[in-house]
Design a protein around this ligand. Structure first.
Ligand SMILES: NC(=O)c1ccc[n+]([C@@H]2O[C@H](COP(=O)([O-])OP(=O)(O)OC[C@H]3O[C@@H](n4cnc5c(N)ncnc54)[C@H](OP(=O)(O)O)[C@@H]3O)[C@@H](O)[C@H]2O)c1
Length: 289
């Protein structure tokens, strides 16, 4: 038996398997398409020929595939009915909270134990000090799996028994990053349209980054305490500024999709009566459909 099996050897799964092998664990690996296991075999991993063989090879199974649909197809095809008895399946694939809760039930119905995790790291960071994994599930199951998980990410945060929690955290952070990527790219398009150096724009924003930590902490507290009435800037004033981005996009002949979307949210918030409140009061028009 191997210490652990890693199922799915995409960019992330390969990084997980590599970190475990280099930490001295015996690791069985499986991937749908050929070729991705070879590099890991060269450093000592054992290649399973089928998903069922990978599942049979260890009592600790790490799954890292594109999505939960792929996980279900794989588990169905592997006919794991008896194979999961007494084993721990650690799902590190991204998905929805609902999918995580459903998979937990599915695994437990087959006599297995389940943990659901969300990785906050690039593949290159796995096993290193920057890697974080948020994990949810039964504490007793985590206690057994913790030594393996800590080899992948020393920053392991346990968020409780509700297996949907890890995915909420991951997807909420993804929402933040989505706006960050789009906002940066829109600003970069403005720089490029003016023939300016986009790398300099990156440096300028990086210089502001200490301020962002304070701002997100402040917004978390303001929203939790429903405190929006002592603003440094208001929905109305930021809304006017963001509407100006639409005009600038037209002047520079670049897409106005992002500022139009952002301006419409601020307009909705002002029309709902929150114009004099601080900018994160926009939460109030987002939290209901
Ligand atoms: N990469 C990152 O920076 C990062 C960071 C945090 C979280 N994650 C999460 O980690 C997970 C994997 O990401 P990745 O970057 O490794 O993706 P990836 O490189 O695209 O790999 C996807 C993996 O899923 C497998 N797969 C897809 N459909 C399948 C199916 N029907 N049956 C069996 N295997 C199937 C692929 O197999 P084939 O090789 O045969 O196609 C491959 O092993 C995702 O949920 C992602 O959100 C990734």
């Amino acid at each position: 038996m191997s210490d652990v099996a890693v199922i799915g050897l995409g960019r992330m799964g390969s990084a997980l398997a590599k970190a475990l092998v280099t930490s001295g664990k015996s690791v069985t690996v499986w991937n749908r398409s050929q070729g991705k296991a070879e590099a890991l075999e060269r450093i000592g991993a054992l290649k399973a020929e089928t998903p069922a063989a990978a599942i049979a090879s260890s009592s600790t199974l790490i799954v890292c595939l594109s999505d939960y649909a792929a996980t279900s197809i794989l588990l169905d095809e592997a006919r794991v009915t008896d194979l999961l008895q007494g084993k721990t399946l650690i799902q590190l694939t991204s998905g929805t909270p609902k999918q995580a809760r459903h998979l937990e039930q599915w695994v437990e119905c087959r006599g297995g134990m389940y943990l659901d995790g969300a990785i906050s790291a690039w593949p290159d960071q796995i096993g290193g000090p920057e890697a974080s994994i948020v994990i949810a599930g039964r504490e007793s199951v985590l206690n057994s799996a913790e030594p393996i998980l800590k080899l992948l990410a020393p920053n392991l945060s346990y968020v409780g028994t509700d297996t949907g929690r890890a995915k909420i955290l991951f997807n909420a952070a993804l929402s933040y990053f989505a706006a960050h990527w789009i906002g940066f790219s829109h600003g970069a398009a403005m720089y490029a349209a003016e023939g300016m150096d986009v790398a300099e724009f990156g440096e300028a924003i990086a210089g502001l980054s200490p301020m962002f930590a304070g701002d997100v902490r402040h917004m978390g507290q303001a929203i939790t305490g429903n405190r929006f009435s002592d603003p440094q800037s208001t929905i109305k004033s930021v809304g006017v500024d963001i509407s100006r981005l639409v005009e600038i996009a037209s002047d520079l002949n670049i897409s106005a999709a992002f500022p139009e979307f952002a301006a419409s949210l601020f307009k909705n918030a002002a029309e709902a009566g929150y114009g004099a409140e601080e900018h994160c009061a926009i939460f109030k028009v987002i939290r209901t459909r």
